[in-house]
Design a protein around this ligand. Structure first.
Ligand code: SF4
Ligand code: SF4
Length: 357
């Protein structure tokens, strides 16, 4: 019989739930499905039943309700008891990952443990995707109804990552600064966390992040040997791989004399800020992980912290803001992105209803 090892470790967090139900109406899966088992309270109840031996870990219903959770952590924001739902969920998924897995789940775990752990293998893995998104036939294929719906969606998402997608904010090529040329004589030292998928498919976003930081007087470091933050692994129950990646990132960034580690992906930022908790039981790394986490800043909060210098050229755009779950709920960075938008001259901001959902 499978035993709830990781979940047992988080038993105290499970007991913190007083079943008040305040989180239920904040949960997107409950609002969509209307099933208490797909609400935070319902899932916590199921997990507690597993931890207390009243529900077998092999229950298919349990696996389905846990699998459907988005991990958005909107429930944490509204919980009056401070239940650390995200930690409990990761523990539950770690225990489930030790059970019988489908072929698809085993393949996903192979990718996480053997491809996403190595920047070199990741580069090769994403090479076909980078090639495909530059092909005109891929664009034509996405416009037609030839592909199965899921494949079509995947192709559309890939094409949306193309650096050739028009951005009204993109400066002409000749205006773009080269990072190495612009780091001399700057007053602040920062390191940029490049991410895994971001480094392979959103290099232009990382480049823009560096250019904005340099325009604010920062000398930017981008250590080439940094690795994935481990969020994908932790969310999928591969907690030991997540810890191994965290240890490596800590060693890499300890060599940087940066006052802040700036990150532009909400999920990565949430994970990096929680390295202290992730490695709390590791005598060699616990303190180093806390020091690492204390330096992590989302790009929006860092720019507000050091004082945003808006450009003089008005940007005539109407924009809105859809708060990323892991920025709003996990990192609790709620006002900085809106403040950034507000300070850009010429921008018209239109609030998005339920943007925090
Ligand atoms: S809001 Fe918190 S205490 Fe209340 S049911 Fe949800 S998780 Fe439990
Ligand atoms: S993490 Fe999000 S989807 Fe999961 S229970 Fe909490 S609110 Fe619902």
């Amino acid at each position: 019989m499978m035993v709830a090892h990781a979940l047992a470790h988080e038993a105290e967090k499970l007991l913190a739930c007083i079943h008040c139900g305040l989180c239920v109406s904040a949960c997107p899966t409950y609002l969509q499905l209307g099933d208490e088992n797909d609400s935070p309270r319902g899932r916590l109840y199921l997990m507690r039943a597993v931890a207390e031996g009243r529900l077998p870990m092999t229950s298919k219903a349990l696996a389905r309700h846990i699998d459907l959770c988005l991990g958005c952590r909107a429930c944490e924001t509204v919980c009056p008891s401070g239940v650390r739902y995200g930690r409990v969920l990761e523990a539950m998924r770690a225990d489930l990952a030790r059970g019988r897995l489908t072929l698809g789940q085993r393949s996903a775990r192979f990718l996480l443990n053997h491809i996403f752990t190595s920047p070199t293998r990741l580069r090769w893995f994403f090479a076909p995707a980078r090639w495909l998104r530059r092909r005109a036939f891929a664009r034509r294929l996405a416009e037609r109804k030839l592909l199965p719906a899921r494949l079509k969606l995947a192709l559309e998402l890939l094409l949306a990552t193309s650096p050739e997608v028009d951005s009204p904010l993109a400066p002409p090529r000749q205006q773009q600064t080269s990072p190495s040329a612009s780091t001399r004589g700057q007053e602040r030292r920062v390191a940029v966390f490049a991410g895994c998928v971001a480094r392979e498919l959103f290099e232009w976003t990382n480049r823009a992040t560096k250019e904005v930081l340099m325009a604010h007087g920062c000398a930017v470091e981008d250590p080439p040997d940094q690795v994935c933050c481990g969020a994908l692994h932790a969310h999928a129950g591969e907690i030991e791989t997540a810890r191994a990646l965290a240890r490596r990132n800590i060693r890499v960034f300890e060599r940087c004399a940066a006052e802040a580690l700036v990150v532009n992906v909400a999920g990565c930022g949430a994970m990096l800020k929680e390295y202290g908790e992730l490695l709390a039981d590791d005598p060699e790394y616990a303190e180093r992980a806390r020091a690492f986490a204390a330096r992590v800043r989302d790009i929006s909060e860092y720019l507000i912290e050091i004082g945003l210098r808006p450009g003089s050229r008005p940007v005539r755009l109407t924009v809105t803001y859809d708060a990323p779950c892991h920025l709003h709920h996990a990192q609790r960075v709620t006002t900085a992105p809106l403040e950034l938008i507000r300070r850009i001259p010429g921008v018209t901001f239109v609030p998005l209803v339920e943007s925090e959902m």
